[in-house]
Design a protein around this ligand. Structure first.
Ligand SMILES: O=P(O)(O)OC[C@H]1O[C@](O)(CO)[C@@H](O)[C@@H]1O
Length: 312
């Protein structure tokens, strides 16, 4: 019986405030016609999806004590074990603006500032969790006070103990984190282009730079390419998935849903193609609704059937 346990590390949760408007006019007054506010942040979303699929999820990291209730309710609803360290202050609110053409504009804030003493506490917590868990997922940006080097240190510590570490971040955090050699990384095109320091102009470039990441010593490099699907490099071979066409409502959290699906495949020791199909279908569904609720079984099966996977 596979061990269904996973630890998700979210260092910088966010409340996602989404507003829908006809057209975003930069520099003008914009009025939204509908809105919603939900608990989010990359690790929080991954934990939510993983627990809905059936994993036993422990969520750790940091959470601002002043507005933690919305998160706590969601953790309870999904049966997530809450090992988040409470820190002084509020979690950030990130703005997501969607327009009538389905275009998404995101404004992500930097989050709370952590004192150095809290970082040591997380290190101790991770080392305790490493005694009972083998799968760890680090997802999302760093709040003020957490250096990318510190993040890389946590990843390195777990890798050295033979843990499976899945890693999804951007900028300096991604750059330093990949050097700690996690088992799997999942940049999107924007993050990959940030890593190489220039725009990506063709798929050949995506494949080339993805291979450079793998050459550092990373077993699985997954690049999410939005509606174009997902590319996954393992053992020198690229595989591609093409998602079914869906009605785009809100793509916030789709990448996190993909990460959760990939982890679920790892937890269950599924083949690469089964994992890719499943996680792509799950992410396609996430795009078709606000939030990261998974579809009911019949719809999920349909989306999986409509997703194609083939070698590149
Ligand atoms: O930690 P970052 O990179 O600022 O991203 C946080 C944002 O990403 C999301 O997790 C979606 O991927 C949102 O819920 C959140 O607002």
């Amino acid at each position: 019986m596979a061990d269904k346990k996973a630890v998700v590390v979210c260092l910088n949760p966010a409340i996602d405030q989404t507003g829908s408007l006809q057209k975003l006019e930069v520099g003008e007054l914009n009025r939204v016609h509908s809105d919603n506010t939900i608990p989010g942040g990359k690790g929080v979303n991954v934990a939510s999806v993983l627990s809905q699929i059936g994993a036993e999820v422990t969520l750790t990291g940091f959470i601002g004590a002043d507005n933690a209730e919305m998160f706590e309710q969601m953790f309870m609803q999904h049966g997530i074990t809450d090992e988040m360290l409470r820190v002084e202050g509020s979690n950030r609110t990130n703005l997501k603006l969607t327009d009538a053409d389905g275009q998404l504009t995101e404004i992500n804030f930097s989050g709370f500032t952590l004192p150095a003493s809290t970082l040591d506490k997380l290190g101790q917590l991770l080392s305790g969790l490493a005694r009972t868990h083998k799968t760890f997922i680090f997802s999302g940006s760093l709040p003020n006070g957490v250096s990318a080097i510190r993040l890389a240190g946590w990843i390195h510590f777990l890798v050295m103990q033979g843990k499976t570490v899945v890693f999804d971040a951007s900028g300096d955090a991604f750059d330093k984190g990949v050097k700690a050699l996690p088992s799997m990384v999942k940049p999107n095109l924007y993050e990959l282009s940030g890593w190489i320091g220039k725009p990506l102009t063709s798929e050949a470039e995506v494949l080339q730079h993805g291979a450079e990441i793998a050459a550092l010593g990373i077993k699985d490099v997954v690049v999410s390419c939005g509606a174009q699907g997902v590319l996954w490099l393992r053992n020198g071979e690229w595989m591609r998935s093409i998602p079914p066409e869906v009605n785009v409502v809100n793509s916030v959290g789709a990448g996190d849903t993909l990460v959760a699906g990939l982890c679920w495949g790892k937890i269950n020791s599924w083949s690469q193609s089964k994992t890719l199909k499943f996680s792509t279908a799950l992410a396609a569904h996430a795009v078709s609704e606000a939030g990261v609720e998974i579809p009911e079984a019949v719809l999920l099966r349909k989306l999986v059937t409509q997703t194609t996977v083939k070698p590149v």
